[in-house]
Write a protein that binds this ligand. Structure first.
Ligand code: S3P
Length: 756
């Protein structure tokens, strides 16, 4: 074929920057036209040849500048093309391919833009089966996830694919050069390219695109057929319009799609029909719990849509962006504040509320990413949970044996507490589960719980070196046992006590030093007796929990940042309201007082079995101390900020017996030492602690290693630094203290937060 067989319009605008020489687009509908136009405008090819069976559309394509040249036949379009893009209705693919199957030039690439990939691949296989291998094009099936309810070349839009995904489903035998070429063309048009298997693509699209279109068409048709349809449409406002927008899509194209992707669509349609029948039954029988269950789960999923898409815990506001804290030196610490709810108790309130009989109401729940991940995990196991709404959560308990198998792995974000406590609780279930987490959690040791659980009869697999993910087998009979904990860990103790609920006989745990006892207290609050004899906690399996009310106090671990902030800032006077004062958590107060801190306790009371009080803190010149080792488990989460107190103290502070700090969200000894060095403070690191001499803080740039408490500790350091402090990797502050920035500003700290 010679160039003379082409109607030549505006000459190709491509340059040596073009990715390829000639692209032929067959079918100038919305998608084909938009791809052609985007390639032309972005120099994707030296020339774009178009073909459409409708001569008016073809001419319009030429005159609108969508293509460089209009081919006079299908064959002439294909002959000299390096890349042929099939943008015809999915059911027309085979007929088109039949016409052009022997016309491809050597080395040409064939791709398409259809919504169904299985039918395209089958058509290719059928058509090319009698064509010699060397004469076949390389085939890279493609599907841009973009569109609009408009159609035709006049709707072509060169930015249609910008920031949209394009899925390529390359067949195993296709060369990677062809794949690279097709990817590069899409990337040039502003798209993000993903790869997927053909069947997986068709299943995913059946669920996310095809089924919603079917429902929209069907709903509008149903309502239009109702006797008083005019009346209905007259009052159908925003919701109806939003929901049914896609019912204006091209009917021919969509009926083709359903017929081409029938197996995958039928599968998801049946599932939907079953679920719809459940809703119908719930309405008919006035079953509000089922309705609430479906709606609360759906709302949580929809509210965190983007997280679902990126595979993160979708309960969370966690994002992969680098959040940077910038702090000007100096500032004040004054006023009255209440910090967010206690993280340890928030986790446990959801766990025990879910296992209880009856409805548990929680107030003061921490709406941080860690505890929200726990909440979502229980929703995934069939528990109906309303909220959280300003710290209020209502849990419709399912009883100790009422959890259901979750649909997939339970993603626990950054939370070591969640993973270890879940491990115990899930070891006794009748179904298998898998526990996963973020990058930091995936590095943390889980053998400390897996090993004793195995001794109780659990079957648990971990990844290398006892790290997550944890795979927990269901239907294992657990037997109670006594365990002498080698380390002082409330998480290990709690894990075994929770497994003990499901075990035959007594489970008892002896701790080498007192650790937080919220599990024991809360179990007692739910009417499940836990016995305490010296340093041993025990319970007998097989009992039940009764729903209760829980008031979660403010988290002393979050209050700690402000206790230190006020202690080191001349002129400071700050009151922290309703702080949890459980004796197993008050190490930070004991240590600061031993250093000369001025902390006044008032309004002491006991709420739901946990002591609470208001704390008033004033500035005082701190002095260095040897931190008593018995205080270490009682202040285990507060050391990052206590190190800042030590820097601001006169003389030397020595910490020993704190090797556990090395396996927290980061190695908190090393990461703090590195951060302190970055702001001009030298320290002496030891295997189980650190030595810190009081010194000036110069300021500088610190890496928090994604550890929330490291980030907040260095924010506090700015109150005494000479220069600005910049802290990188602070997104995880949202795991435990989502409103840290707001409260820090409120008391007078000079913090600003940037999202990169
Ligand atoms: C926690 C126990 C502690 C603590 C963590 C919360 C809990 O961990 O560091 O932030 O809620 O049980 P260890 O048990 O590993 O010391």
């Amino acid at each position: 074929m010679s160039d003379s067989s082409l109607f030549v319009g505006k000459k190709g605008v491509g340059s040596e920057n073009s990715i390829t020489d000639t692209v032929a687009v067959i079918g100038l509908g919305l998608i084909g036209g938009s791809f052609a136009k985007a390639l032309k405008e972005n120099d994707g090819a030296r020339r774009i040849v178009g073909f459409d069976r409708n001569p008016n559309e073809l001419q319009a394509g030429l005159s609108l500048g969508v293509i460089d040249e209009a081919a006079d036949s299908l064959v002439s379009a294909v002959k000299n093309a390096d890349v042929v893009v099939l943008a015809v209705p999915v059911r027309a693919v085979e007929a088109v391919l039949d016409e052009i199957k022997t016309e491809f030039k050597p080395g040409a690439v064939l791709t398409d833009v259809g919504s169904v990939k299985g039918s395209f691949v089958k058509a290719v296989e059928r058509v090319f089966s009698d064509v010699e291998l060397s004469a076949r094009p390389a085939v890279i099936p493609g599907h841009p996830i973009a569109g609009s309810e408009k159609s035709g070349v006049s709707a072509a839009n060169s930015s249609l694919f910008v920031n949209h995904k394009v899925i390529l489903t390359p067949l195993p035998q296709m060369g990677c050069e062809a794949l690279k070429l097709v990817s590069a063309l899409w990337v040039r048009c502003g798209a993000t390219v993903l790869e997927m298997g053909v069947d997986h693509h068709d299943d995913v699209l059946a669920a996310t695109s095809h089924l919603p279109h079917l429902i929209a068409f069907s709903l509008v048709d149903t309502l239009a057929g109702e006797g008083d349809s005019k009346e209905i449409f007259k009052y159908a406002a925003g919701g109806f319009r939003d929901f049914t927008r896609i019912a204006s899509s091209d009917p021919v194209m969509w009926s083709d799609i359903f017929l081409s992707n029938s197996a995958s669509t039928l599968k998801v349609l049946d599932h939907f029909a079953d679920d719809l029948a459940i809703l119908r039954e719930a309405i008919a029988t006035q079953d509000s719990k089922t309705l609430l269950g479906v709606f609360t789960r759906a709302k949580a999923a929809r509210d965190h849509f983007s997280k679902i898409l990126s595979g993160q815990a979708y309960t969370t506001i966690m994002n992969s962006k680098n959040v940077i804290f910038k702090l000007k030196p100096g500032g004040d610490v004054n006023g009255v504040i209440r910090v967010a709810g206690d993280k340890s108790m928030s986790h446990r309130s959801i766990m025990l509320g879910s296992l209880a009989d009856g409805v548990t109401e929680v107030e003061g729940f921490l709406e941080g990413e860690d505890s929200l991940a726990t909440l979502q995990a229980f929703r995934d196991m069939g528990v109906v949970i309303e909220g959280p709404d300003e710290g209020r959560v209502k849990i419709y308990g399912v009883g100790v044996n009422g959890l259901k198998q979750p649909p997939g792995p339970l993603y626990l974000g950054n939370s070591g507490t969640a993973m270890r406590l879940f491990a115990g609780l899930l070891a006794g279930q009748a179904f298998d589960t898998e526990l996963t987490g973020d990058e930091s959690l995936s590095k943390r040791p889980m053998e400390r719980v897996a090993a004793p659980l195995r001794e109780m009869g659990a079957v648990i697999e971990t990844a290398e070196h006892g790290r997550p993910p944890m795979k927990i087998k269901g239907n294992c009979r657990l037997k109670g046992m006594h365990y002498d904990m080698p380390m002082a860990s409330a998480q290990v103790k709690s894990c075994l006590l929770l497994a003990g609920l499901y075990a035959d006989g007594e489970t008892s745990v002896t701790e080498p030093a007192p650790t937080r006892d919220h599990t024991e207290r809360m179990l007692n609050g739910f009417g499940y007796p836990v016995n305490r004899a010296g340093d041993t906690a025990s319970l007998i399996g097989g009992g039940s929990l009764t729903a209760t009310k829980i008031d979660v106090p403010a988290d002393i671990s979050s209050a700690a940042f402000f206790l230190v902030a006020a202690s080191i800032t001349p002129g400071a006077n700050l009151t922290l309201k309703h702080v949890g004062m459980n004796p197993t958590r008050v190490g930070v107060i004991n240590i600061l007082r031993a250093m000369g801190g001025d902390i006044e306790v008032s309004n002491e009371s006991v709420v739901g079995g946990e002591p609470v009080a208001d704390l008033t803190v004033r500035y005082s010149q701190l002095k260095g101390i040897n931190i008593p080792e018995d205080q270490v488990p009682l202040a285990i989460d507060e050391f990052p900020v206590l190190f800042i107190a030590a820097v601001c103290a006169e003389g030397k502070t020595v910490l020993t017996g704190a090797e556990e700090l090395r396996v927290k969200e980061s190695d908190r000894i090393q990461v703090m030492a590195d951060g302190l060095k970055a702001v001009g403070v030298d320290t002496q690191v030891t295997p189980d602690g650190i030595e810190i001499n009081g010194s000036e803080i110069a300021g500088g740039v610190v890496d928090s290693h994604g550890d929330h408490r490291i980030a907040m500790a260095f924010a506090v350091a700015s109150l005494r630094s000479k220069g600005e402090i910049t802290i990188n990797d602070c997104a995880n502050v949202a795991t435990s203290f989502p409103n840290f920035e707001a409260l820090a500003k409120q008391v007078g700290m000079q913090i600003s937060v940037e999202h990169e």
